[in-house]
Design a protein around this ligand. Structure first.
Ligand code: CA
Length: 235
């Protein structure tokens, strides 16, 4: 049974969510704050973390940051506000997904399932391009003797791009591949944020990308130099 950590200080909401998740067959551990959440997380074995942002002893962002230092576990934020600043902050902090309150339970469940499917799905391991080696199963990107830390969603995105060298992937295709059937839950702006984050991690100069190229008005292309890639267009 997959174990989920739910960090939410609204106890009525927490009880309802726990009940619904357990009905879906997950085992759920609840925590009402950052400290307790971390203590529970450190007991180990979680397949997913669901994090409220406003907590009595800190913010979900803090907890997310601490968890990310030690784990690539999928993290889903429950946010009371869909301001882009919050979304971007959450994604920058290493979250994989967010859902805005109030939300429908069914929608939350679909996202949880999609996250777990993505992180647990079997994929071809070890892809190489431009000196990068992606070990998909371990969610690790190696380059020049070092490792570039990736969140599970970033790993998935690299996997999709790198397995389609020099091929244009439209934004819709990317969103569909990223979110499988749950693609309609994510807007194009979020994809832009993911791409930007990824460029910051792998491009020498993220504002003048040489690897993840923008195809204006269409989508993106992974430039594999060894296989005859090309130049970037303007954003
Ligand atoms: Ca709260």
């Amino acid at each position: 049974m997959e174990k989920i950590l739910l960090v939410e200080d609204d106890s009525a909401l927490a009880v309802g969510l726990k009940f619904s998740m357990e009905k879906e067959g997950y085992s759920v551990i609840c925590a009402g704050g950052v400290k307790e959440g971390l203590r529970q997380f450190e007991t180990g074995g979680f397949a997913l973390v669901v994090l409220d942002i406003g907590l009595p002893d800190g913010s979900g962002f803090d907890l997310c940051r601490i968890i990310r230092e030690q784990s690539a576990v999928p993290i889903l934020f429950l946010t009371a506000c869909d301001e882009e600043i919050n979304v971007v902050m959450g994604l920058d902090m290493g979250a994989d997904e967010y859902i805005t309150k109030p939300f429908r339970l069914r929608e939350l469940m679909s996202r949880i399932k999609a996250l777990l499917r993505r992180s647990g799905g079997k994929r071809e391991d070890r892809l190489e391009s431009n000196g990068y080696q992606l070990r998909a199963e371990e969610c690790r990107l190696l380059f020049d003797g070092g490792e570039i830390p990736l969140t599970p969603v970033e790993c998935r995105l690299v996997y999709i791009l790198i397995s389609n060298p020099n091929r244009i992937l439209t934004r819709t295709q990317l969103l569909q591949k990223l979110w499988d059937s749950a693609g309609d839950f994510v807007d194009a702006n979020t994809l832009t944020v993911y791409i930007r984050r990824l460029r910051e991690k792998i491009e020498q100069n993220p504002s003048s990308p040489k690897i993840i190229l923008t195809v204006r008005g269409v989508g993106y292309r992974w430039n594999d130099v060894a296989q005859g890639g090309g130049e970037n267009e303007q954003d």
